[in-house]
Design a protein around this ligand. Structure first.
Ligand code: NDP
Length: 324
């Protein structure tokens, strides 16, 4: 028997229970992993609260982790016991040990520590598709990143800077402004005291930006649209403040032929080749120093409720790792 954090009903952080579970032997196509580090992501709170419904309850939440292969299923030839791997996105991560499909696992290069892998795979591959695919950032672009001191936010800032962009970012406090600046954000805006639409207009000579990366959602969406230049891209990739209400599409015409997309990592890395290409691109930019993964805080896995409270009250910065 091992321990895992499960929910039996949707709810607040108190819904997270430290349960004993049986993992069993890996079946065809599966491996059993002993997990050494688990990534905390905002999606975990959506799964916990029921904002995103799970197929069945009780369920082990969490979508990112790293560890060591303990056993492989009868037909698995690509991995062997002792191999170090990481994964994202794959539900069932908040556990000391788990079964996982071999074709969703990413072998870890020796220079990546397990904690670093669990801190960066989901947020880093998200930054990868947002910056390289959803809207391909060009040298000379000036872009806007909401929640620039957060997990995805700090990686977006660094990577966009590495691609030659000028980065404007929003944050809620002066402390977070300093963290965003250290992550390459040229113009952190403390939105709690300054109107970010006006500031973005000032910084772009009234033109607006070609793309806004917005993982905050409800409270920022309409203002983010007002930061775009004509034919700009509104990339809504999350809902930390809540879901965006239905949008009258005519608004996009009035504001200048804007584009809106609501992308998810799942659809960008559904095929194994795409998963491996995204991870390789991420590993490359980290290995060459273009992006540094900032683990702002760690928690014991059994204290996942405390970690959720911190994330939802904006008390975390950078990435967060849960330790089994
Ligand atoms: P963060 O570390 O960015 O934490 C969320 C941040 O959002 C907070 O720190 C806070 O920053 C800001 N925020 C603004 N309003 C609120 C609010 N009402 N409640 C809580 N936070 C608020 O989290 P992640 O990096 O894990 O994720 C960022 C976003 O990216 C999330 O929306 C997540 O769902 C999304 N995401 C989407 C993916 C996809 O595939 N589409 C994949 C990965 C993440 P501040 O204090 O500066 O306001």
């Amino acid at each position: 028997m091992v321990h895992a954090i499960r929910i039996h009903d949707y709810g607040g952080p108190e819904a997270l229970r430290w349960d004993e579970i049986e993992v069993g032997d890996p079946g065809p196509g599966q491996v059993r992993l002993r997990q050494t580090a688990v990534g905390l992501n905002y999606i975990d709170t959506y799964h916990r609260s029921g904002a995103y419904k799970l197929p069945q309850l009780p369920a082990i939440i969490g979508t990112e982790g790293a560890g060591v292969v303990e056993a492989v299923g009868p037909d698995v030839t690509t991995l062997k016991p002792g191999d170090r791997v990481g994964y994202a996105p794959l539900i069932g991560a908040y556990a000391e040990s788990r079964l996982a499909p071999a074709d969703r696992l990413i072998p870890l290069p020796s220079w990546i520590e397990d904690r670093q892998a669990a801190a960066m795979l989901l947020q880093g591959m998200t930054a990868q598709f947002l910056l390289r695919s959803t809207y391909a950032v060009q040298p000379g672009d000036t872009i806007l990143v909401q929640a620039a001191a957060g997990g995805v936010g700090q990686i977006l800032c660094q990577w966009a800077k590495h691609l030659g962009a000028t980065v404007i970012g929003t944050v809620s406090s002066d402390e977070k402004a300093e963290l965003a600046r250290a992550a390459g954000c040229d113009h952190p805006i403390v939105y709690t005291r300054e109107n970010f639409v006006n500031r973005v207009k000032d910084l772009t000579d009234g033109q607006g930006v070609p793309v806004v990366y917005d993982g905050v959602g409800k409270t920022t969406f309409m203002d983010s649209l007002d930061c775009l230049r004509p034919r700009g891209f509104m990339v809504l990739f999350g809902a930390a403040s809540g879901p965006v209400p239905p949008l009258d599409l005519q608004v996009l015409a009035v504001k200048g032929s804007l584009y809106v997309t609501r992308p998810t990592l799942f659809s960008y890395v559904a095929k194994r080749d795409d998963l491996m290409a995204s991870a390789a691109d991420l590993f490359e930019v980290v290995h060459t120093g273009g992006v540094t993964i900032n683990v702002g805080q760690t928690f014991a896995l059994r204290d996942a409720a405390e970690a959720h409270r911190a994330l939802e009250s904006r008390a975390t910065t950078g990435s967060t790792v849960l330790l089994p």
